[in-house]
Write a protein that binds this ligand. Structure first.
Ligand SMILES: [Zn+2]
Length: 291
């Protein structure tokens, strides 16, 4: 589980000049999404009644038909496209009675046209028994880049607690989502639970954590203090939101939790330097504080 762990006088692994060298990849299309998930009712302040058993996503029918037509043209046969919100199978297709039936994750409805072209090439070539490798690579990379749009494999069902005594996590999260992610992040967020530890002084402290299987950000309840500035809580939330959108990278047998893209993006946070400076001067107070 990736998390933000601070140590007194932590050394950041990357220099300030890295921002200039590494291009920041766009995380999400700037256009309105072609499929939206019904928001988790625990994160919606307005009561919206959704009937039980209703579809969990709304799909833009025009976008679905467009992709269905492309598929049919590439496969040279009628195609029926269903759009899913699966968490494991992103693409599946089969041919029955001269009709191509495909089930695709909704991320493909918003895909750039180069990815859509590769997708239909990949499916059409596979149905002919000659899988197009290049097309498959393009599609695979797109799925990796969109991993934050796949729903939780193990949903977190307990109530979420976002309104603290001093800080409202959901308000911070919503503002960050709008400012840095175009509103596309749909992870959950909650204050973590107070640990049982008493009496002893902490040596390290996990200020925030992100669970990919639950799509859940937890923030340490110690930060819910009047003397902890809003921009610092925001920084912790922003850091965990980055874990949601930038998966860990494999490097041999190691997993890099904070790959270059992550570190570059982290520095885009408006109060980045200020937050690190606050952390350096207050870490001992945090370590001594009682939750
Ligand atoms: Zn981290």
């Amino acid at each position: 589980m990736p998390g933000l762990i601070v140590f007194p006088f932590a050394q950041r692994p990357i220099g300030r000049d890295s921002r200039a060298r590494i291009p920041v990849r766009p995380l999400a299309p700037r256009i309105a999404p072609a499929a939206v998930r019904i928001p988790d009712p625990r994160h919606v302040q307005v009561e919206i009644p959704f009937p039980a058993g209703s579809p969990r996503i709304f799909v833009h029918e025009g976008a679905r038909q467009l992709l269905e037509r492309k598929l049919s043209q590439a496969a040279l046969k009628p195609a029926i496209l269903s759009v899913t919100d699966n968490c494991r199978s992103m693409i599946s297709f089969a041919e029955r009675g001269g009709v191509l039936r495909a089930r695709l994750h909704h991320m493909f409805l918003d895909a750039p046209s180069s990815v859509k072209d590769a997708l239909v090439r990949f499916i059409a070539s596979s149905t002919r028994g000659r899988r197009d490798r290049d097309a498959s690579d393009v599609v695979g990379r797109y799925i990796d880049d969109c991993s934050h749009r796949i729903r939780a494999a193990r949903p977190f069902l307990r109530p979420l607690h976002t309104q603290g005594q001093s800080h409202d996590l959901l308000a911070l999260y919503n503002a960050l989502n709008k400012k840095y992610f175009g509103g596309t992040v749909d992870s959950l967020i909650t204050w973590g639970r107070v640990g049982a530890r008493r009496g002893e002084t902490r040596r390290t402290l996990k200020l925030g954590s992100y669970s990919a299987t639950e799509r859940l950000i937890r923030v340490h309840p110690l930060l819910d203090r009047g003397w902890v500035p809003r921009y610092f809580v925001s920084y912790v939330v922003y850091h965990e939101m980055l874990h949601h959108v930038i998966p860990a990278e494999a490097s041999g047998s190691r997993r890099i939790l904070h790959p270059k893209q992550f570190l570059v993006r982290e520095q885009l946070f408006r109060d980045y330097e200020r937050a690190l400076a606050w952390e350096r001067t207050h870490i001992h107070r945090l370590l001594r504080a009682r939750a």
